[in-house]
Write a protein that binds this ligand. Structure first.
Ligand code: CP
Length: 348
């Protein structure tokens, strides 16, 4: 296992990691998972190291998996609420004695610990698409220690690692696995695009046959779609986009229906700053729910994925998410193992 390339690196998107590096992360994650299950101590890996976690948004899985992961690796994860520190802000969005410039926060924390992890999307950047990614990039520019993306408005790379690790565990291969990333209905239009975008990047990187299904108006970032096309060409899989839910599910091995917002919600130039128009698109597609009949269109051995939290009764029925094909809790657990792997590799 070649690990030298990881030391000190930021982890913001899988687009900045090679397939070989992602395979190394998955290998180490499986090893750490085995050691955790066997009760084998591995707290020497990041002993006395500190991870600073800044959460602009709520979280169950991400916060607890990073915190538990750092404890298990022998270090400590420090939770920072942006409202209780001086909120890290970029020039142009500063408020005297309320915010602190990102460049200053990044340099202070770099003197005291070993990585900075950030979650930021949506309201904290007024739904300006890319605004949160810009904050994380600015942290990375100024920090002397790795910056880890715990979900921004473009990418959720740790979720994607957990998704593909779960697929690898269930099928033992990525080859000829049909991976359907689908939009699903939610009563809330305030849903970032990071999960589906990172999922299709990861799935195409591993060479799966990836189908992205969504109603018209729910298009994802063109740059991400272009990267997926390139991945498909490079790694022997395929990538297609369809506007039909049931057709997409036919013969799938992986079914991943998840809500994300409609483009008009974002501020110009990407969107129209029009939540009502976004809501209209959502309401016209209420039938995009993963129920037993739809799941039956997939392969008999298909698995159901969801990053959680799920909007039960809207994105998915209880019968499906609590049913035998659902692997959502394995997927949630895998957040712990992949994050420990990345931290162990980058924070040494
Ligand atoms: N999937 C995920 O990131 O969950 P949290 O929002 O609970 O962290």
């Amino acid at each position: 296992m070649r690990t030298e390339s990881f030391r000190g690196r930021d982890f913001i998107t899988l687009l900045e990691y090679s397939r070989e590096e992602v395979e190394t992360i998955l290998d180490l994650a499986l090893d750490l998972k085995r050691r955790f299950a066997a009760g084998e101590p591995h707290d020497h890996l990041l002993r006395a190291k500190t991870l600073f976690m800044i959460f602009y948004n709520q979280s169950l899985r991400t916060r607890n998996s990073f915190e538990a992961g750092m404890t298990q690796l022998g270090g400590h994860a420090h939770y920072l609420d942006p409202e209780k520190i001086y909120t890290p802000a970029l020039p142009g969005r500063e408020v005297a004695y309320t915010t602190e410039r990102v460049s200053d926060v990044a340099r202070v924390l770099s003197r005291m610990g070993h990585a900075i992890a950030i979650r930021c999307y949506g309201d904290p950047v007024d739904w300006i698409y890319g605004g949160a990614n810009e904050i994380i990039r600015n942290f990375a520019y100024w920090a002397d220690i790795p910056v880890l993306n715990m979900e921004d408005d473009k990418y959720h790379p740790f979720q994607a690692l957990a998704d593909i690790l779960t697929v690898q565990e269930k099928f033992g291969t990525f080859k000829r696995v049909k991976f359907v990333m689908s939009w699903a209905y939610s009563p809330s239009v305030h849903k970032p695009r990071a999960v589906p975008q990172s999922a299709i990047i990861a799935a195409t990187l591993m060479g799966m046959d990836v189908v992205l299904a969504h109603p018209k108006g729910m298009e994802l970032d063109e740059e991400v779609l272009g990267a997926c096309q390139k991945n498909a060409q490079s790694y022997g899989g395929s990538f297609q986009i369809v506007n039909e839910f049931e057709e997409a599910l036919k013969g799938a091995q992986v079914v991943y229906p998840k809500s994300w917002t409609a483009v008009p919600l974002f501020k110009p130039p990407v969107g129209e700053d029009n939540p009502d128009k976004a809501k209209e698109i959502f309401e016209a597609n209420k039938d995009w729910i993963c129920d037993k009949e739809r799941l039956a269109l997939a392969d008999e051995g298909a698995i159901y994925l969801h990053c959680l939290p799920a909007d039960r009764g809207f994105e998915v029925t209880d019968e499906v998410i609590d049913g035998p094909q659902s692997v959502v809790f394995d997927e949630a657990e895998n957040r712990l193992h992949v994050q420990k792997a990345v931290m162990a590799l980058t924070m040494r």
